[in-house]
Design a protein around this ligand. Structure first.
Ligand code: IPD
Ligand code: CA
Ligand code: CA
Ligand code: CA
Length: 287
């Protein structure tokens, strides 16, 4: 099959300069104080010209080299593009800007997230924050890196000593989701040392990979938010599961990522699920 012949090193070499170019576009937009900002489904669901330009650039250039590969990109999907909830075949999963709200406000936690999945596993990952010049990369089975330096998760096993990341994001129609995520943040903080909200799923996962956060949980994000970050965490020695401690599902819209197994167990025991619809329609959805 196609994925058996996948040359991950070649894919990495092709994608790397494109990810850097995407970063330059994001930086240019970040520094422009007169950005045009649109709303998508709800007032706080933001879109800028840079989100579109970066996604179009990455997909067009990757397609030149990989015409048979599949693509999932946030802005293509949200503008009516075809969505395939499968990564059996080589599939590039792209979030052109993760942290668009941060981008619009000039808060420097923004990145481009690019992952290649095949045979239902992440094969390579890029998370690049051009504002802080932090390039996180990983190849399956060969470690995770920040600007070329190898990363390891923290050794924390006790939730009482953990710094935990997440988000309490919910759009205007999602009062229930807001309540559940605040309740979860509250019950985690009752035990953990402190709670942090970077505002980008991909960056939050990168911080777990580098040991800056001990754990992260969230419900609501989509495949493009976590596709790259999950490989960074596992390649840095960490654990990725569903919010309730079950196997991670890329399209299941919830995640629990920790540095160690005991931390994942402790969090899974106290977190409550909120029923987000599975991406791509019904499926083996547990909540
Ligand atoms: C969002 C960010 C945010 C998360 C949301 C995502 P976007 O992505 O990652 O941290 O809480 O669920 O949608 O829209 O900035 O690409
Ligand atoms: Ca978005
Ligand atoms: Ca995102
Ligand atoms: Ca985005």
């Amino acid at each position: 099959s196609l994925s058996d012949e996948l040359d991950v090193d070649f894919c990495f070499e092709v994608a790397l300069p494109l990810v850097k170019q995407a970063g330059q576009e994001i930086l240019r937009g970040f520094e422009n104080k007169d950005k045009e900002v649109q709303s998508k489904s709800f007032a706080d669901d933001l879109l800028t010209e840079t989100d579109r330009r970066v996604e179009d650039l990455l997909i067009a250039k990757l397609k030149e080299t990989f015409p048979s590969h599949r693509f999932i990109g946030e802005e293509s999907v949200s503008s009516g593009g075809k969505f395939i909830a499968s990564t059996a075949e080589p599939t590039w999963i792209i979030d052109p800007i993760d942290g668009t709200t941060n981008f619009v406000h000039g808060y420097p936690q923004v990145c481009v997230s690019v992952a290649l999945w095949a045979q239902n596993c992440p094969q390579l990952a890029f998370v690049f924050n051009p504002v802080l010049d932090q390039l996180f990369t990983a190849k399956k089975g060969r470690g995770a890196f920040l600007n070329g330096r190898k990363l390891s998760v923290s050794k924390t096993t006790d939730l009482k000593q953990a710094l935990v990341g997440g988000d309490i994001l919910a759009y205007q129609n999602e009062v229930d989701r807001l309540e559940v995520s605040i309740a979860n943040a509250k019950s985690v903080k009752a035990i953990a040392r402190a709670f942090r909200i970077p505002g980008s799923v991909a960056i939050t996962l990168a911080y777990v990979a580098m040991g800056g956060l001990d754990a992260y949980f969230e419900q609501g994000p989509k495949s493009w938010d976590f596709a790259a970050g999950v490989l960074l965490v596992t390649e840095a020695g960490g654990v990725v599961r569903s919010l309730l401690g079950e196997p991670f599902d890329l399209f299941g819209r919830n995640i629990l990522a920790t540095s160690t197994e005991p931390l994942a167990d402790q969090l899974a025991a106290i977190l409550k699920p909120f029923p987000c619809e599975r991406e791509g329609g019904p499926g083996p959805y547990k909540f």
